[in-house]
Design a protein around this ligand. Sequence first.
Ligand SMILES: [Zn+2]
Ligand SMILES: [Zn+2]
Ligand SMILES: [Zn+2]
Length: 158
Amino acid sequence: MTDQLAPQPEQDPSSNAAAGAWDGIAERLRAGGLRWTPQRRTLVEVLRACKGHVTATELIGLCRERDATTTPSTVYRTLDVLEEFGLVKHGHGHDGREEYHVLPEQIHGHLYCEACGAVWEIRPETGAVIVAALEADLGFVIDLSHVTMAGRCEGCRD
Ligand SMILES: [Zn+2]
Ligand SMILES: [Zn+2]
Ligand SMILES: [Zn+2]
């Protein structure tokens, strides 16, 4: 019985790192205690097609379009393990709901305009200034991925 069938990761530096990020995901989920089920395969396919931010509710909806048997508990439990693997990272919107970044490259906070509802990502340089200021003031290191600041955007200020 052979159980070492997983291919070696592609080491070619010209290859797309993101494309290989999901390699061997079935085995990794199994190692994390989760069976590789059709629902989980569907979730991984949906995530691979996602860009930017996606809420768990949106993910459940997208999964159900492909597989009506998808249950929220399966989606949430799988997302937890995928987050441990670094494949997704959750943050919180202005109303506290969880939003997921797929293959997050940089931890960032968000701005939310209470007037028009638009959302911006805080640039890493600006985020670093905010983190440094609070650390210097209170010795507190904030997790920017959990920060969404509400206010008014340039167009809605007046
Ligand atoms: Zn959280
Ligand atoms: Zn606005
Ligand atoms: Zn974001």
